[in-house]
Design a protein around this ligand. Structure first.
Ligand code: UDP
Length: 471
């Protein structure tokens, strides 16, 4: 008998919350709006999975089959291995499972495609084996993707190290990228294995059948431009943001507190799932918030010993939740003015609350997209990965952010914190940003609506996948 089950898409996501959250949203849309079924394999890097993963998994819609097999043993890599190496290992160790899962799923319903993230492009061989197309879902902006697609050429032409370059990299339609804004993976010596791995990943990306990017032409008009003869379809399908918070989010103390505050009066401060500051910088930020005398919610994390860092794979359950690192008396002095929370914050619900007036963000792309979809201006405080590029784009090109000015050793003073808050909340610049942010919100909401461009793009891809299963 003819198989009547819905064609199924298998998605493979590396162990970063910033990838998992948009992957869940993509899987959900494919299942809810485009006639496909979706299984999402999360390659966890920690066993048991992080508290953040558990929070996301608990809130994931039922339409998405989410599986998270155990992580590779902690001693599989030498101590001090970088986050990207850990992510790559987590993905690599799951490739046999992806193969098994693909075969098992294909026995029940036609398998339509394998969708991977930038780390997962190494799994494309499995797609070939089982005879389905492999697509990459890129969860950072087009500007970063463009840089990666151009990287082999840039690398071949470069004399010396990228970090020493005096001329910015100019990509079609993007803001120039200065050496100090390059992603962290481009800063080590070009002879290092770290850098070689990055270039090899960039090359592997060119071998997928198509790319979905979590952006839109409204945010990045140049998306898809300047591909230098590379025949690789690029589809903007964003901004895919998880705007369906779990029921219990509304009960969170932050939401109850926000309900009591005047419209547009609160600054929300968060450095994403992994961003941490040094002890000194954390204390200075606290003093800056106090100095601003502005209402705030701060999703605080325990400081990191030395420099700004990212613990990409999420904090562990049972982490120390004391606030002993805040300046003495800070909590008392700011009682009523601000709220400090150290659990996983219901970020979309907070940013979408009418009392929030601006967002101090590390410029992780998902955080930016949440701000965009709710029309909230940003104060950019980039920390790692491609965040410096995102900050420049949001300030210079999109016009919805101010960048906090960094001093020596990338330190941001309390005066600068207060002054950036002032710029983003009151005066001409604030009015201009708010206007632009509202326009962008309206256009983004439209792009994602039934007749919007991003929905159309996704519908077309889903049709191609569904057709290929009928051959
Ligand atoms: N997030 C959240 N609560 C938190 C911290 C982060 O819901 O307390 C979500 C945030 O809305 C975003 C994601 O986690 O969807 C973080 O992704 P992003 O790309 O902003 O940064 P990353 O954490 O990957 O650096």
């Amino acid at each position: 008998p003819a198989c009547t089950a819905r064609p199924r898409v298998l998605l493979l996501c590396s162990p970063c919350m910033g990838h998992l959250i948009p992957f869940v949203e993509l899987a959900y849309r494919l299942a809810a709006d485009h006639g496909l079924a979706a299984t999402l394999l999360f390659a966890s890097a920690t066993s048991p999975p992080s508290a953040q993963y558990l929070a996301v998994a608990a809130a994931a819609p039922d339409a998405v089959d989410l599986v998270a097999p155990p992580a590779p043993p902690p001693d599989a890599l030498p101590p001090g291995a970088r986050e990207r190496e850990r992510a790559e290992l987590a993905v690599a160790s799951n490739i046999p499972r992806v193969r098994e899962l693909a075969r098992a799923l294909a026995a029940d319903a036609p398998l339509a495609a394998l969708v991977v993230d930038m780390v997962g492009v190494r799994a494309r061989g499995v797609a070939e084996e089982v005879g389905v197309p492999v697509y990459m879902f890129f969860t950072s902006p087009w500007m970063t993707l463009s840089l990666l697609l151009h990287l082999p050429g840039i690398d071949a032409a470069r004399v010396g190290e990228h970090r020493d370059a005096t001329e910015p990299i100019r990509l079609p339609g993007c803001v120039p990228i200065h050496a100090h804004e390059l992603p962290a993976s481009m800063l080590p010596d070009r002879s290092s294995s770290m850098y070689a791995g990055f270039v090899s990943m960039a090359k592997a990306m060119r071998q997928v059948d198509g790319i979905l990017v979590n952006t839109s032409r409204e945010i990045e008009p140049a998306v898809g431009d300047g591909m230098d003869g590379l025949e690789l379809p690029v589809h903007p399908v964003g901004p895919l943001v998880w705007t369906r918070p779990a029921g219990e989010d509304w009960d969170h103390e932050c939401m109850r507190w926000l309900d009591q505050q005047p419209r547009g009066s609160v600054v929300y401060v968060s450095f994403g799932s992994g961003g941490t500051l040094t002890w000194q910088q954390t204390a200075e930020l606290a003093l800056g918030l106090e100095l601003s005398q502005c209402r705030f919610i701060w999703a605080v994390k325990r400081p990191h010993q030395s420099s700004a860092n990212g613990a990409f794979f999420g904090t562990q359950n049972g982490e120390d939740t004391s606030l002993d690192f805040l300046p003495e008396g800070f909590m008392e002095r700011t009682r009523g003015l601000g709220l400090v929370t150290h659990s996983w914050a219901p970020q979309t619900a907070i940013i979408g609350h009418p009392s929030v007036g601006c967002f101090v963000t590390h410029c992780g792309w998902n955080s930016i997209l949440v701000s965009v979809i709710y029309g909230v201006p940003m104060i950019a405080w980039p920390l790692y990965a491609e965040q410096n590029m995102n900050a420049a784009m949001m300030e210079v090109q999109v016009g919805v952010a101010v960048r906090a000015k960094v001093g020596l050793d990338r330190f941001i003073s309390k005066e600068e914190v207060a002054s950036a808050i002032q710029r983003a909340m009151v005066g001409e610049e604030a009015v201009r940003m708010r206007k632009r942010a509202s326009e962008l919100r309206d256009k983004s909401v439209h792009d994602l609506s039934k007749d919007g461009r991003s929905t159309h793009a996704l519908a077309q891809i889903a049709d191609v996948w569904k057709c290929s299963t009928r051959k």
